[in-house]
Design a protein around this ligand. Structure first.
Ligand SMILES: Nc1nc2c(c(=O)[nH]1)N[C@H]1C(S)=C(S)[C@@H](COP(=O)(O)O)O[C@H]1N2
Ligand SMILES: [Mo]
Length: 508
């Protein structure tokens, strides 16, 4: 079916403009404080409108006065865009582009005159204008082609074009929203003042890693901390809307806001967390000083009913992890809100997660925690259990050689073999090294923060040139030697002694 030029123009204009605005939204989302052209214009109007009118707007539209303003500006822009589109359909590109340029300039100027802005604040408007013009040009080219070839632009063609531009705009807007939400939660997180514990843990001792290159630091910096989760994009949860619900087999279910949770007594915990998928020698393990609220206190408060034997944590993104109620045996399980002196990083579960010393992450450490449910193991399973992993998963004793690395070539003469070993909550009693088939040598152990944390270890080594096999094994606080036989990570964590091969040369 054929279409009239006016109709086509009236569709081209708004479509191109919406695509432009969506692009502006996306660019604006890249930096906090940047706004698209419409919001920028709205902000300038709010700044300059006489207070009488402002009062009227607030009285009439209530808290929605700003939304109303933005919608009004959008409507005006849409009307202008119909005119622009018609010019395109008439083949008068220059006029159409000039109007877009003028609108872009208004948006850009509005953005620049923001008190906190600089020249870069122009970018969202510039991208809006540029995208609008690109889409208009595409429409204009289709029109000229139709004109020259004498083939009419059918309704189907028009629908298709509208579909493509509409879908692209929607995608850009969606992505922009996610980025914006992320940026605003990131800013919110920076402004969180963490509560103080009654008693701070002792300041960390001098870190041996400072004098042994390649050795893992005593505390893993948040930026280097391993990250494992099932979510495609990190949930961005504002503490304003976050709630923690504790229910299930309890006498007194409880719902807490972030403020209510964090006004409770908090304590610090040095704890090494590990992933069950950490293979022998792997780095899916890290040590942090966590700040949080005692889980046993909270659970006592909701009064579990008899028969409940599992605490299931659920996250905002559909993950779940369950562990025995019986592990609340005084081992300092917590709802963590802080990590190494900062609010939990977004990637590590902001605003709150579970930390249970001694259990692998997949059965305990729910990030972006929103719900705790008292249940029974024979009734509910956490996310990974039906996927073949054990329901019960205490962290196995592991030891790792950090330096030298497997396959490395090192210079002959004095060097160090060093690494970490962990067995939360049993602690590490002894670490031994075997080089080639010489006797096992006991390594020097680094500071012990707690029996929940890893221990650094090292030995001096003065090799002459040659090829060497080096093995490490740890003994936990119960006196149990970690098993020698290599097993796979499935279903409840790898076993085996980390073994590396290095080449020593007089001059590497
Ligand atoms: N919401 C959520 N929490 C989660 C997971 C997840 O996939 N989603 N993975 C768990 C697993 S398997 C591990 S090992 C730890 C890892 O925590 P990290 O990413 O802070 O190191 O988080 C646990 N908590
Ligand atoms: Mo994990």
């Amino acid at each position: 079916m054929s279409t009239s030029r006016e109709l086509r123009g009236s569709i081209y204009g708004p479509l191109a403009t919406i695509a432009g605005l969506a692009t502006g939204q996306l660019v604006a989302a890249l930096k906090n404080g940047w706004h698209g052209p419409i919001v920028s214009i709205g902000n300038r109007i709010i700044d300059h409108v006489p207070s009488a009118i402002k009062g009227f707007a607030i009285r009439t539209f209530g808290v929605n006065d700003k939304t109303f303003l933005v919608l009004t500006i959008f409507a005006v822009v849409m009307v202008i865009s119909v005119y622009i589109g018609r010019k395109i359909a008439e083949g008068k590109r220059v006029i159409a582009f000039a109007i877009v340029f003028a609108l872009t300039a208004v948006g850009g100027l509005a953005a620049i005159f923001d008190a906190t802005s600089n020249l870069f604040s122009l970018l969202p408007s510039i991208f809006s204008g540029a995208a609008t013009i690109l889409v208009l040009r595409w429409f204009a080219d289709r029109e000229s082609y139709a004109y020259v070839s004498g083939v009419e632009v059918s309704r189907r063609d028009l629908f298709k074009a509208a579909g493509v531009v509409g879908a692209a705009s929607l995608a850009a807007t969606g992505l922009g929203r996610i980025l914006h939400q992320r940026a605003s939660v990131a800013v919110e997180r920076l402004h969180i003042a963490l509560p103080k514990p009654l008693k701070f843990l002792a300041k960390a001792p001098k870190d041996p890693a400072r004098s042994i290159p390649g050795l893992s630091p005593l505390f893993t910096p948040n930026a280097d901390f391993y990250r494992i989760d099932t979510s495609l994009s990190t949930p961005n949860i504002s503490v304003d809307t976050w709630r923690l619900k504790i229910d299930g087999m309890v006498a007194k279910p409880l719902t807490l806001t972030y403020a209510e949770l964090t006004s409770r007594t908090v304590f610090e915990l040095d704890d090494t967390i590990a992933c069950v998928s950490n293979d022998v020698g792997g780095n899916l393990v890290g040590n942090a000083r966590w700040l949080g609220i005692r889980l046993d206190d909270l659970i006592r408060e909701v009064a579990p009913t008899s028969g409940a034997d599992q605490i299931m944590g659920y996250s905002s993104d559909g993950f779940s992890a369950g562990f025995p109620l019986a592990v609340l045996d005084g081992r300092d399980a917590m709802i963590a809100i802080g990590m190494n002196g900062e609010a939990l990083p977004l990637e590590h579960g902001f605003p709150a997660r579970v930390i249970v010393p001694g259990l692998y992450g997949y059965v305990s450490a729910t990030k972006w925690l929103t719900h705790l449910e008292l249940t029974r193991f024979d009734e509910k399973q956490g996310y990974w259990i039906p996927r073949g992993w054990s329901a019960q998963a205490p962290i196995k004793t592991q030891s790792r050689i950090d330096t030298p690395t497997d396959g490395a070539t090192v210079k002959s003469g004095l060097t160090a073999i060093a690494g970490v070993a962990w067995a939360p909550t049993r602690g590490i009693l002894k670490v031994e090294i075997q080089i080639g088939d010489t006797n096992w040598r006991e390594a020097v152990l680094g500071p012990e923060l707690a029996n929940t944390t890893w221990r650094q270890w090292w030995i001096d080594w003065t090799p002459s040139s040659g090829n060497y096999k080096i093995m490490v094994r740890a003994t936990d606080g119960n006196g149990d030697l970690q098993p020698m036989v290599r097993t796979s990570v499935e279903p409840n964590g790898a076993e085996g002694w980390h073994t590396i091969f290095v080449k020593v040369k007089d001059r590497p």
